[in-house]
Design a protein around this ligand. Structure first.
Ligand code: SF4
Length: 373
């Protein structure tokens, strides 16, 4: 049972949204919050793009977005969709033809702003292509590219302008009887994003795609995203997330999952609880955790592992984890299984031993889950 149900102070009440499908992935309603990323290869380089999509999917991405800036990219998209293990979202800006081509190429969703792709006839054509090919749409409002009339009305990008922009695009889809859409209102500023998302969350029941755009590099972007997305998710807002980092898409997926894991909203892989280490440590905590993170990447079963330098916090943390190790004296430490002290292990053999214990526990949890189905 999730800790969030045992302890009410951990409960998050998700905003009630409609559910749509992005390919075979449900987004919204009570579906798990989907993690997305975006490729940064040339879409026309099919092999490189497919490799990046596969790496992202292996890291846990539920959905991957690919830019479709020209006709050659639309052509490449067909093969990318065919090879991808996860639904592909086509990122379209302004070119209505690209939208139609992407829907025809098998994209599961178009990221397109219907108000920015030309006259009514063109909009209708794109919506028809999306409908004909079971393609949903993501309206992607961005503070950096707000419509001129809204900038004139509000003077600068502000939450009200972003919400109004979103509602204008929504209206176009609804007027065309198209309801398979989700929406994002991104900004690179955490305050602006958070306020815009709160506004749009109140104004529509469409599923919400969360993101802090152009968040920055791995460390700064992770922190910005954790604050911005973390606060919104904690409020119950958000049905799918994308962390935007100037980094490998796999890192975006990892950070996305870590944010969701921190809030108990999704669970995947080993959640390592480790101390920062200090002079009391009985073994090299930092090096050990680095090695274990790498050696345990293949575990997808949600479980917890505590790696603690000494008995000050070790036994207490181990109480709450599936597997634990606490440093002791004389070159060895205590292994904990299911919260209880189990046996001693030397520091030298500890990494291989912990990996084995985690693999065994994961197999046991998988078998139990299978039996319960
Ligand atoms: S658990 Fe022990 S080793 Fe780790 S930081 Fe605390 S006192 Fe230091």
């Amino acid at each position: 049972m999730s800790l969030n149900h045992v302890r009410p102070w951990r409960d998050i009440y998700r905003r009630k949204s409609r559910q749509i499908m992005v390919g075979n992935v449900p987004v919204g309603g009570d579906a798990p919050i989907a993690v997305q990323t975006m490729t940064n290869t040339l879409t026309t380089d099919v092999a490189a793009t497919v490799a990046q999509v596969q790496a992202a999917a292996e890291a846990g991405a539920d959905i991957v977005r690919v830019s479709v800036p020209d006709e050659a990219s639309s052509e490449a998209l067909k093969e990318i969709v065919r090879e991808s293990p996860v639904p592909i979202v086509a990122d379209i800006h302004f070119h209505y033809r690209r939208g139609i081509e992407a829907a025809e190429a098998g994209a599961a969703c178009l990221r397109i702003n219907p108000g920015n792709i030309g006259d009514e006839a063109r909009v209708k054509e794109v919506i028809k292509a999306a409908r004909d090919h079971n393609c949903s749409i993501r309206i992607g409002v961005n503070a950096g590219s707000l419509e001129k009339h809204l900038l004139e009305k509000y003077g600068e990008p502000c939450p009200e302008a972003m919400v109004e922009s979103g509602l204008e695009h929504i209206r176009i889809l609804q007027d065309n009887d198209f309801h398979e859409f989700k929406i994002s209102v991104k900004a690179s500023d955490v305050f602006l994003s958070a306020a815009a998302y709160q506004g749009i969350a109140e104004a529509t029941d469409a599923p919400i795609h969360l993101g802090i755009t152009e968040a920055g590099g791995l460390v700064s972007g992770t922190i910005k995203s954790a604050i911005g997305l973390g606060n919104l998710l904690w409020m119950g807002i958000g049905d799918t997330i994308r962390v935007s980092l100037s980094a490998d898409p796999v890192e975006e997926v990892k950070v996305g999952f870590e944010i969701l894991k921190s809030l108990g909203l999704r669970h995947r892989g080993v959640n390592i609880i480790s101390c920062p280490s200090c002079a009391r440590q009985g073994f090299d905590v930092i090096k050990t955790v680095e090695t274990l993170e790498r050696r345990l990447e293949h575990i997808k079963t949600p479980m917890s592992l505590s790696i603690i330098g000494c008995v000050v916090n070790g036994p207490g943390e181990a109480l709450m984890t599936d597997v634990g190790f606490t440093g002791g004296g004389a070159g060895s430490g205590m292994v904990y299984l299911a919260g209880k002290a189990s046996h001693k292990m030397s520091n030298e053999q500890m990494i291989d031993h912990i990996v084995e214990q985690v693999e065994n526990k994961a197999a046991e949890l998988d078998a139990a889950a299978e039996a319960a189905e």
